[in-house]
Design a binder for this molecule. Structure first.
Ligand code: BYC
Length: 334
C-alpha cells in the first residue's frame, strides 16, 4: 500500500500496510502511480488529479482551437497551390487536435459546452503563443518550425502521461505535429534560397517569435506552481526549464542549416554544461500576455466567439437531424 508524499520529489513513498486510513480506491490509485501504470476514465481517481487534468487538457484543447487563427488567416493568401493545400491540412489538423482533447477532457466528467463557455467568457487559459500577429508569410513558416517544434518537445513526454485517454490522444497529435514542424522548416528553407527580401522576411519573423516561443514552455521551474504535484502523478515527466533547454539546443543547429540568426546575444555553447546558455526571459511580458494583455488576445477571443455564433445553425441542424433519426428508429422498433 502506498500513500502520496507531496513534499518529497521522486514520487510516492511506501507506507505501513497496516495503515487503514487509506481507502481501497485510493490504495489502488496509489499503486498504479507507484507502478507508473495508466488510469482510465472508469477508474476511481482523487478529485485533485481529475481537476489538474481537466485544467491542463482543456487549456491544451483551447490552445489548439485558438491556434488555428494565426495561420488560418493566411490560407487565402498562401503563395502557391501547394503551400495552400499544406496549410489547409495543417490548420484542419489543429482543429482535430482540439476535438480529441475536448473528448479526453469529457471522459473526466466535464462537458465540452462548459469548457467552451469558460473559454468564451475569458475565464480559461490557452497558450500565450497564439496572441501574437502573423504579418507576413514567413511568420506562418516560423510558427511551423518553432511553435510546432516547441509543441512537440513539450508533448512527446505527455504521451507517457498516467491518464490513458490523454496519453493516447497525444501519440496521434505528436505524429501530426511532426509533419507541421517539417512543413514550416521546408517553407522557410525555400525562402532562404530566394531573394534578399525573402531572407530578410524570414529573419524578421524569427526575431518576432523567438522569445515568445521560449515562453511557451511555461514559467521557470522555481515559479511553476503545478510542476511538483504533476511530477508525482506522472502527468509531467520533464520540467519546464529542462524542456526549454532541450528546445534551445536542438534549434540552434536547425537555425544554422536555415542560415538565420537567433536574436539573443547571450546565446552560446557552454562546454561545462554541454548545453547552450541563453539570455534572460522577460517574464513580466509573459504574464501580461497570459493575463489577457498581449498584442492579439482580444482579437483572438472575439474571432472565436463569432465563429461559434456563426456556427449555431450547424449545431441546430445536427440536433434536429439526430432527433428525427431517433424518432424514426423508435417508430420502426414499435
Ligand atoms: N501560456 O505551474 P505551471 C500547439 C500557466 S498548442 C499560457 O508551470 P503546468 C499548436 C499555467 O496554465 C500547444 N499559460 O503549469 C496549436 C498555470 O496557470 P493555471 C499547447 C501558461 O500546467 C496550433 C500557470 O501558468 N500545449 O501545439 O504545470 C498551431 C503556472 O504554470 C503557459 C499545451 O497546452 C503558457 N505558455 O505547466 C500550432 C501542452 N505556461 O492553470 C501549434 C499541455 C504556463 O494555474 N500543457 N501557463 O491558471 C502543459 O504541458 C503544461 O500545462 C504547461 C504548464 C507546460 C503549459
Amino acid at each position: 500500500m502506498y500513500t502520496q508524499s507531496l513534499d518529497i520529489p521522486g514520487g510516492l513513498q511506501p507506507v505501513d500496510p497496516a495503515n487503514t486510513d487509506v481507502s481501497p480506491e485510493q490504495a489502488r490509485f496509489d499503486a498504479v502511480m507507484q507502478a507508473d501504470g495508466k488510469i482510465e476514465a472508469q477508474d476511481w481517481m482523487p478529485d485533485a488529479y481529475r481537476k489538474t487534468l481537466i485544467r491542463q487538457i482543456s487549456q491544451h484543447a483551447h490552445s489548439e482551437i485558438i491556434g488555428m487563427q494565426p495561420e488560418g488567416n493566411w490560407i487565402s493568401r498562401a503563395p502557391s497551390l501547394k503551400r495552400k493545400a499544406i496549410l489547409l491540412a495543417k490548420v484542419q489538423d489543429e482543429g482535430g487536435h482540439g476535438l480529441y482533447l475536448y473528448s479526453a477532457a469529457e471522459t473526466m466528467g466535464v462537458s465540452r459546452d462548459q469548457l467552451v463557455e469558460a473559454l468564451h467568457a475569458g475565464k480559461a487559459k490557452y497558450s500565450s503563443i497564439f496572441n501574437y500577429p502573423t504579418p507576413t508569410w514567413a511568420d506562418v513558416g516560423v510558427i511551423g518550425w518553432l511553435v510546432d517544434g516547441a509543441a512537440i518537445m513539450n508533448q512527446i513526454p505527455l504521451c507517457r502521461c498516467t491518464y490513458g485517454p490523454y496519453a493516447r490522444a497525444m501519440i496521434r497529435i505528436c505524429k501530426e505535429e511532426s509533419f507541421h514542424q517539417r512543413q514550416g522548416f521546408d517553407a522557410l528553407l525555400s525562402m532562404m534560397r530566394g531573394t534578399q527580401a525573402q531572407k530578410d522576411m524570414v529573419q524578421q519573423a524569427v526575431d518576432r517569435w523567438w522569445w515568445p516561443v521560449l515562453m511557451m514552455f511555461g514559467p521557470s521551474d522555481k515559479d511553476s506552481i503545478h510542476s511538483g504535484q504533476s511530477f508525482q502523478w506522472g502527468i509531467k515527466r520533464i520540467s519546464n526549464d529542462d524542456l526549454r533547454q532541450k528546445f534551445v539546443d536542438a534549434t540552434v543547429e536547425q537555425a544554422k542549416i536555415l542560415g538565420v540568426t537567433l536574436p539573443d546575444p547571450d546565446l552560446k555553447w557552454n562546454e561545462e554544461r554541454k548545453a547552450h546558455d541563453y539570455g534572460a526571459i522577460d517574464w513580466e511580458a509573459f504574464w501580461r500576455v497570459v493575463n489577457g494583455d498581449g498584442p492579439c488576445n482580444k482579437e483572438r477571443l472575439a474571432t472565436r466567439v463569432k465563429a461559434h455564433e456563426d456556427g449555431a445553425w450547424v449545431r441546430e441542424a445536427a440536433l434536429a437531424h439526430a432527433a428525427k433519426q431517433a424518432a424514426r428508429a423508435k417508430k420502426q422498433a414499435a
